[in-house]
Design a protein around this ligand. Sequence first.
Ligand SMILES: [Ca+2]
Ligand SMILES: [Ca+2]
Length: 715
Amino acid sequence: MAGKPIMSELRNSEAGRDGCSNKAARSTFIFLFFLPIFIPLAGHPQCLDYRPPFQPAFHLEFCTEYEKFGCCDQEKDNLVAAKYWTMMEAFDLQGYELCGGYIKDILCQECSPYAAHLYDAEDPRTPLRNLPGLCFNYCSEFHYKCRSVITLLTDDRQIQESCEKGRTHFCNLLNLPDQDYCFPNVLKNTDLNHKLGSVVEDTKGCLKLCLTEIANGLRNPVLMIHANDNTHRMFVAEQLGFVWVYLPDGSRLEEPFLDLNTTVLTSPWIGDERGFLGMAFHPKFRKNEKLYIYYSIMEKKKVEMIRISELRLSSSDVNKADPYSERKILEIIEPASNHNGGQLLFGLDGYLYIFTGDGGKAGDPFGKFGNAQNKSTLLGKVLRIDVNGKGTDGKPYGIPPTNPFISTPAARPEIYAYGVRNMWRCAVDRGDPVTGRGKGRIFCGDVGQNRFEEIDLIVKGGNYGWRAKEGFECFDLKLCHNSSLDDILPIYAYGHNVGKSVTGGHVYRGCQSPNLNGLYIFGDFMNGRLMALQEEERTKKWKKQDICMGDTKICNFPGLINNYHRFIISFAEDEAGEVYFLATSYPSAFASRGSIYKLVDPARRAPPGKCKHKLIPVKVRSKRIPFVPEARTVTEILATLVKAPKPQSLQRPQPRKKAPLKKTASSKQGKKISSAWADSIKPAPTDIKRLSRKLVRSRKKASANDSQNTRAKRP
Ligand SMILES: [Ca+2]
Ligand SMILES: [Ca+2]
């Protein structure tokens, strides 16, 4: 901009209000136009890059009002400041005093947490405004005092022309249809600014999150783990014995990492608890290329067992395990087909933790007082072994010298904790990224019998109560009142009015959703509920909050969805600490109905650049299968809603291959499409009821029947 002082023009503009400018720059294209008002697009905190706002990592010098929460990091703020000072070169002191503030305000709106709304950017398919939406009064003042500087702010000819036509014209153009969001009202609106940047909660305290779909078409995906080798690959296991490699670009390798399909024992019956259940990479996997697996087998056509083995990576392909390298570590006979445990993990101590079930049936009926309280059996336990060592008695593993029952007569030395019914999914807390608080804690979900589901923190030598107790209450009165029980109560339990089969989760220690740090996120297999626990630092009490999906307004960011398959099989954590869950709409080991979702907090993201990590690329020998999403994103749904009022002949065909658009001639088509979409990724309610009834029936059957029952269900 030429350095000519515009004092005189300002004076003119104040006195005579003639002319916004007579040197209107030519703009090549007229960008600005009015969007029709669509309620679902009403503003939510969003930046011009279509992502949630954040707290900048460093202090902002210029747009200081957005230093705590907004859309500019220090670099962007410096750019805005530079733009401002370049403009100010054209001003003399009086002009600077009169209009400097307005120009700063207007330029800084890029940093507002509502930037996308202020610039009409929420819909990526429509053009951006050149200037942010200004409230009418503010705009009027600006027009009255500073209209001659409009050419400095924008090249847009339509704005410049409307400025010439007068205040009403100009300010009608710059105004936003929604008065709550225009500048500066947006800053003063207490509803909008209340808890801005915190996870959105509904009136009942339910945390509103959204999801990203990252995989689909999986047959009962039971686990997803990483190798902690900086490749950021994910390994996804299906219950029937396949493990697949997913690359950081979202694609899947065509050839499996492991195919144990013919060895693994499972069945197509919904809720069958047998199969490929666990896998863990050795903490020194990068050096020794070892991993461990946990699966069901049928020995000599009559004895069901679980087997824990060691495998090594193939010498010719880093994306394959060598099936001939199997070293059997432990086999345990399973007296009934349900309650087979299945978690493997390495603690911070470098030892392998193995979580077995109580053997099965109902009420842990084996022996005098069940398996879980019986320290001479490996069932119903948390075991801890040293996979690097050898036992004195020829065992293919060592016993850690600090194991708690090493010198207890008749106790198995592998036992680390006992009184376990059927822990389904346990995880190690990485600890707070700054303070390290919580690091190394092991959280488990222990599935209940008839009344309670519980979450436990595993400690050495701990008795987790089963079958004396279920949750906080007595199950076996005699055992429960025995003074030697000395059990550890859950950190949280919920009744069967809430859910019927807990799936343990992870403590969020990722980078991308800073609000979630420290939340232990878990769910219920049967009813699809997601929940979170957080320890209050002062009282050491655990507070539970539900997690529910954000509505279309909250989740209106590109790529986000707000619906998921109901049967939550497992949770997962990637190498960077982001948390996922694995769910299916039909829990049969043979049904390709499982998907994987990443949890996303749409209220706040990490500042730009913070979550970057260095990837070590892997050599890929097999074909890559690109990821094709199945669920339609909220943004796509809203786009369909916006199009809905048009006659059908004018509608564009849906680009997605699985667009589940139910054609209807109804005028309420928008609504119909929305529910059709929901149906596409969730079984219809009747299906759910039928499935649930089936599962409950089979649970009861599994409970009542003896070990011949081959149709046991997930507990
Ligand atoms: Ca069993
Ligand atoms: Ca317990």
